[in-house]
Design a protein around this ligand. Structure first.
Ligand SMILES: CC(C)(COP(=O)(O)OP(=O)(O)OC[C@H]1O[C@@H](n2cnc3c(N)ncnc32)[C@H](O)[C@@H]1OP(=O)(O)O)[C@@H](O)C(=O)NCCC(=O)NCCS
Length: 161
């Protein structure tokens, strides 16, 4: 089976929420995706689809640095358990980062598996100088431009509570 990556459409939302519920085994990530989709904080939402089912989804959302909308957050992302470890997650991240760089975004943050995201260039070291409710190895950043903020106070969208 082969999947292609495209921007999520409005009528994908229920399937995307169900995919998040399945991949995470709970309702929290699906709720966040829904709330982001219905807000102004949605920056980019991509799906991996074969025109029949959605096998993967990645969400990017607006974050503020010192009150300015100069950063993006990654998450949640999910791949259907039947199709994990086949490269879909990697494809979604790479395509997403390419689109964000093309759109002039400067820096991306993620709270996620510390053994997974560094392979795409995310670094906990880079995230350390930022003031945030999260810290440690799982909180990582990736710079898309030299002019990206290097420190500051981060604000997450309301969907993250
Ligand atoms: C994490 C997830 C999105 C990865 O997607 P994927 O399509 O399976 O990933 P890829 O095929 O691109 O990459 C597979 C690699 O990721 C690694 N990986 C997958 N889940 C991982 C985890 N929880 N921690 C560390 N590495 C992980 C695999 O071991 C594999 O490594 P390898 O290339 O060295 O063999 C997917 O496993 C998933 O939906 N998991 C449940 C929900 C979740 O945890 N989402 C991410 C929250 S941060």
């Amino acid at each position: 089976m082969s999947f292609w990556i495209r921007p999520a459409r409005e009528d994908d939302l229920e399937e995307i929420v169900a995919l998040n519920d399945l991949a995470f085994g709970g309702k929290e990530e699906g709720r966040i995706v829904r709330q982001l989709a219905e807000s102004d904080d949605n920056v980019l939402s991509l799906v991996a689809s074969d025109d029949n089912i959605i096998a993967g989804h990645i969400q990017f959302f607006r974050m503020k640095v010192d009150g300015q909308p100069t950063a993006v957050g990654l998450g949640p992302m999910s791949v259907h358990p039947d199709f994990q470890k086949t490269g879909i997650g990697s494809g979604l991240i790479q395509m997403g980062l390419m689109a964000l760089e093309g759109a002039g975004e400067q820096i991306v943050f993620v709270l996620g598996h510390p053994d997974y995201y560094p392979r795409f260039g995310f670094s906990a070291e880079l995230a350390k100088p930022f003031e945030c409710q999260w810290s440690g190895d799982a909180f990582m950043a990736l710079r898309l431009s030299d002019g990206a903020p290097a420190d500051g106070r981060l604000t997450y969208p309301a969907a993250f509570g």
